[in-house]
Design a protein around this ligand. Structure first.
Ligand SMILES: C[S@@+](CC[C@H](N)C(=O)[O-])C[C@H]1O[C@@H](n2cnc3c(N)ncnc32)[C@H](O)[C@@H]1O
Length: 302
């Protein structure tokens, strides 16, 4: 049997499902099973397969059963890098690149020299790792409530040679003391967050590939879908920082409404190439007059 005949076998099995591009997915699974780059696969397509092909067959069967491709290969592309994705952790979505780009632009366009970055809900770690690669001297501190996400982000930090100390496991809303310390060190702060933002009704209508396999805590926010932003803004009331968040489709109007209750400067919303609002940038003032007099601590202290 050649790699080409395995490729076609995979395509045939996957074409019996709703998968949009069975040939491409068969190729991705074949390359993952045999650990081949695209050019290695192309140059070996007509070679007789010496290795055991059972791993590839298991992969194809898992995919036929609806397991997401990224959980089978345990990898995904984000930006220009390949990241490990563990089952139980949200698979990074390409739209999150808008959030990363906005954070980069915001920091680069500023005349301030000293920045620090905080992330709420890091998942696989993609946002903090991309920002760490872009700004290697900028301290970053990130939390996720999901222990599996912590394990996953540490793997990716090691893979991409960024400090593993960026990542901490825990509920972001329990970190007020640490944040108070961090935010009193005189640096400008960007807080990035791609929160759960799917409403209960939209969640129920998601495709089964997502519903059955991706973590609900990463996706579902509540009846309206904007509850996490509300909780975040309420929690961040004392802090002066720039908040950059990913948002869901059609969430600009309810968010603008919600922002009015927090008396900050108006948020700026950014559209993607399809004209969909994907990100907001909100310069948050503090409702405490002088929070620079609190503990003069740095990121390594909690
Ligand atoms: C939409 S996912 C984003 C993951 C990753 N940043 C990305 O863009 O792919 C939201 C993440 O927030 C985490 N999360 C939810 N509630 C949290 C909380 N209270 N504190 C910290 N992390 C939380 C979830 O575990 C999940 O990993």
């Amino acid at each position: 049997m050649t790699l080409f005949s395995l490729l076609k076998w995979g395509e045939k099995i996957l074409s019996q499902t709703a998968i949009e591009n069975p040939l491409l997915e068969s190729e991705i699974l074949l390359r993952a099973a045999f650990n081949l780059s695209k050019s290695q696969l192309l140059s070996r397509l007509q070679d007789l397969v010496q290795e055991d092909s059972s791993l590839f067959k298991t992969y194809v069967k898992s995919r036929r059963e609806g397991i997401p491709l990224a959980y089978i290969t345990q990898t995904t592309e984000f930006g220009s890098r390949t990241y490990t994705v563990l089952p139980g952790v949200l698979i990074p979505r390409p739209e999150t690149e808008w959030l990363v780009q906005e954070a980069i632009s915001h920091i680069e366009a500023s005349s301030h020299q000293e920045w620090q970055i905080i992330e709420c809900g890091f998942g696989t770690g993609i946002i903090s790792i991309e920002l760490s690669k872009q700004f290697p001297d900028t301290p970053i501190l990130a939390w996720d409530i999901n222990p599996k996400a912590y394990e996953n982000a540490i793997m990716n930090a090691k893979k991409h040679l960024v400090p593993t100390t960026i990542f901490r496991q825990g509920d972001f809303f329990q970190q007020k003391k640490t944040l108070q310390s961090c935010l009193s060190n005189g640096k400008q702060t960007v807080l990035v967050c791609n929160p759960p933002y799917i409403s209960d009704s939209d969640y129920a209508n998601l495709e089964s590939q997502i519903l059955d396999h991706e973590p609900i805590t990463a996706l579902k926010a509540g009846p309206k879908g904007i509850e996490f932003y509300d909780k975040l803004l309420s929690f961040l009331k004392p802090f002066c920082l720039t908040l950059i968040c990913e948002i869901g489709i059609h969430q600009r109007p309810p968010l603008e409404n919600m922002f009015k209750t927090y008396q900050n400067e108006p948020a700026r919303f950014v559209k993607d190439f399809h004209g969909i609002y994907r990100v907001f940038i909100l310069n948050k003032t503090s409702d405490i007059l002088d929070n620079t007099k609190s503990l003069n601590a740095t990121f390594g202290d909690s």
